[in-house]
Design a protein around this ligand. Structure first.
Ligand SMILES: [Zn+2]
Length: 500
């Protein structure tokens, strides 16, 4: 055999061998393996899974700009856009728990998944958190970008696959991964392998199946890991929060005293942490008229001859169910015919679906029509609520300027009062009982000390009552505690003399 022949035969052999090896190596990975590899690259780009796993706590200082969804001043606006404010936020993943400090260094919010939590609205007004709220915080902490990939690559997750995508003109690989009962799309940038976005739909206690996006950028080095210094949060395609950090630190020595629950609310906090219901405490204001004081949000119910009228369906289904239970305890089994909402803001309407499921007609000011129907029509497929389960067709009635609901025994007047807080307010007046129900025009929160806050809407309320010739002894509020009319007038006059 000539050398050249040998060479070519040998060459052919090598070629075949190489082809076999390459083909063997190129056995296509399963979509799950491919996705896992992309997530592993992303973890590596952030400093490695081990370094991320070793993050016990993280403190971020910067600004937070909130645009509250469903809190527009006008009903045509989906968002109430607020200015960026200083924000000092710590998450301790070991408990887990979190802490928000005000610019004076005081605790503005503390949430401990074991001990319970509270918000501090200032001037002694502490608002303890119920168990369902603690659970919502827990799901937030799980999405923290400092820890997300650890969970996504952990034993509890299931990586399903990967596809190509584009975000802001940049090519990305989009990994589908299920953690708990949420399916995430994780956008990993092709060049730097950093996570740009998490996209998912999860259950929301007021909006049902809620589409969310968390967008991360401006990754910087922090103690051996790379973390985003900018985060944007979207829901239903709208930007609801922008977080810009100037300082991010990890594994700090935490100040244990800041995580303590103030003594005066300890009992209430531990009760709420363990309770799966939302307490509503009834007070009889006049015969057949009850104030249902909830945790931060209230209701009133009025016993007519043949039916019951409820004012305000706030918060969520849990509060509505407890309110209905209290209605049965206090006035018996008459049908609830009407539920009057004071305005379109989502916190004041989170409970109306439960009433609609029971065949109750929702009464609202005409401008709120779209918002109220939206609340009633949100899809609740992930965790069907009573309305979703019932298949009941909701009923809504609109009030333009005013409406009187009366029978032989009772009169309730509804009046449209445009305010700066919402243009579509209804104020509810009971002439015989000499009381009004209003939300957000004037409130004194539970525990609050010092002179009450008096905004422009307090004056609007005062003027309406005067112009209508209403005789009012008591204000029944959507938030906070009962307020005597004299107390209200005193607060209004005190604030006037201050500004003059
Ligand atoms: Zn409001």
């Amino acid at each position: 055999m000539k050398y050249s022949e040998l060479k070519s035969r040998y060459g052919l052999f090598v070629l075949i061998l190489l082809t076999v090896i390459t083909q063997f190596n190129c056995t296509p990975q399963t979509p799950a393996e491919e996705g896992r590899q992309v997530l592993q690259q992303a973890a590596l780009a952030m400093g490695g899974l081990e370094a991320l796993g070793a993050i016990d706590n993280i403190t971020r200082i910067g600004t937070r700009q909130i645009s509250s969804f469903g809190h527009g001043r006008r009903t045509s606006e989906a968002l109430y856009v607020q200015p960026a404010r200083p924000y000092n936020h710590t998450v301790d993943f070991t408990v887990p728990r979190e802490l928000v400090l005000s610019d004076t260094g005081a605790v503005a919010q503390m949430v401990d998944s074991v001990k319970g939590g509270y918000r501090n609205a200032g001037r002694g007004a502490f608002s303890p958190m119920e168990a369902a709220r603690l659970e919502r915080y827990r799901t937030e902490w799980e999405k923290d970008m400092a820890k997300f990939l650890v969970a996504a690559l952990g034993e509890e997750s299931s990586v399903e696959g990967v596809s190509d995508g584009v975000l802001e003109g940049q090519p990305h690989q989009v990994v589908s991964v299920g953690i708990g009962n949420v399916l995430y799309k994780v956008y990993v940038e092709d060049s730097g392998h950093l996570v740009s976005k998490l996209e998912f739909t999860e259950h929301h206690f007021r909006f049902g199946d809620l589409a969310k996006e968390l967008i991360f950028s401006d990754y910087r080095e922090v103690d051996g890991v790379k973390l985003p210094f900018s985060e944007e949060r979207r829901q239903m395609g709208l930007t609801t929060q922008v977080l810009e950090w100037s300082e991010v630190t990890i594994n700090n020595e935490l100040q244990e005293d800041l995580f303590q629950i103030p003594e005066e609310i300890q009992e209430r906090v531990s009760f709420l942490t363990q309770s799966d219901t939302m307490p509503v405490e009834p007070t009889e204001l006049a015969e057949g008229v009850y104030f249902g004081e909830g945790k931060g949000m209230n209701t009133m119910w009025v016993d007519f001859e043949e039916f019951i009228l409820v004012v305000e369906g706030p918060n969520d289904e849990v509060q509505s169910l407890e309110t209905m239970r209290q209605i049965r305890e206090t006035v018996g089994e008459k049908p609830i015919r009407y539920l009057v909402t004071t305005h379109h803001h989502e916190d004041h309407n989170g409970g109306i679906r439960t009433y609609a499921a029971n065949g109750v007609t929702i009464i609202t000011q005409a401008m709120n029509e779209t918002w109220v129907w939206e609340m009633l029509n949100y899809p609740f497929t992930l965790q069907p609520d009573r309305l979703a389960q019932s298949g009941v067709e909701p009923k809504v009635e609109l009030v333009e300027d005013r409406r009187t609901i009366k029978d032989g025994s009772r009169t309730v007047e509804l009046l449209h009062v445009p305010s700066t807080h919402a243009e579509s307010f209804l104020v509810i007046y009971l002439p015989r009982e000499r009381l009004i129900f209003e939300s957000d025009l004037f409130s004194i929160l539970q525990g609050q000390t010092g002179p009450p806050r008096v905004g422009p809407d307090a004056k609007i309320l005062y003027d309406v009552v005067t112009q209508e010739g209403w005789r009012v002894n008591q204000i029944v509020p959507g938030h906070g505690r009962l307020v005597g009319w004299d107390e209200f007038v005193t607060a209004l006059n005190a604030s006037k003399s201050q500004t003059e």
